[in-house]
Unconditional design. Structure first.
Length: 221
């Protein structure tokens, strides 16, 4: 019989995202090994959007880390100082994978689990993330199919929303919620909420703050 062992012993101090302050030259990320054995961890940085062909203006100083059992280690992300816009945030993914230990028995298969953590580079910008949320506007989409809605983000900040759903004119939930969406700076996002075939009066969602905490919000349509 072949048994499968999944490794999920690396954590990040409760963080699921990191904000790189553009006034600083580097960002330190601490990794915790909650396992009973040393862990070899590989870290890679990627663009967060679909354009993966551009050169990265950032580098991870320790792409491989050996973390002692029940211990900590840190890596540092450096920005070269040029290559990112100064009028808006930039979005990256920090991928962290624990390299599987060689099985001691031939009938074990080790599976490495990969963490994909959001990294937002934030230059010095006017206003705040909370101000950006206040300016977020929802309306029926002029371009997408009927029953779709458009979110307009006129701020320089990325906005992350979860559990996005509709309420009808009576205030009752309508259709299925959309689990996650991310609206880029100075852009719009066309959204179809499946299963809602009535006139909607309100959009409900949760806004994810810098600390990763979800805050319930609603917007009239």
């Amino acid at each position: 019989m072949v048994s499968t062992i999944a490794q999920a012993e690396i954590s990040f101090g409760g963080f699921t995202r990191f904000i790189f302050d553009g006034r600083q030259k580097s960002l330190m990320v601490t990794l915790d090994n909650e396992g009973d054995a040393p862990a070899l961890v590989q870290s890679l940085l990627h663009w967060g959007d679909k354009d993966q062909t551009r050169d990265l203006p950032m580098v991870v100083n320790k792409p491989l880390l050996l973390i002692p059992a029940h211990g900590k280690a840190s890596l540092t992300i450096f920005y070269q100082g040029v290559g990112l816009p100064s009028d808006r945030e930039s979005f990256f993914l920090l991928s962290v994978m624990q390299v599987p230990e060689k099985p001691r028995q031939g009938n074990n298969i080790q599976i490495a689990l990969q963490h994909n953590l959001k990294l937002i580079f934030r230059p010095e910008l006017p206003g705040s993330l909370e101000d950006a949320l206040e300016k977020l506007r929802w309306a029926p989409s002029p371009k997408a199919p009927p029953g779709s809605y458009q979110a307009r983000n006129d701020s320089p900040y990325y906005l992350t929303l979860t559990e996005v759903g509709l309420r009808d004119r009576t205030g009752a939930a309508c259709g299925n919620s959309v689990e996650h969406l991310m609206i880029a700076p100075f852009s719009s996002y066309d959204l179809v909420v499946p299963g809602c075939h009535q006139a909607a009066g309100q959009m409900t969602y949760k806004f994810i703050s810098d600390s990763g905490i979800a805050h319930a919000r609603q917007s009239d349509l």
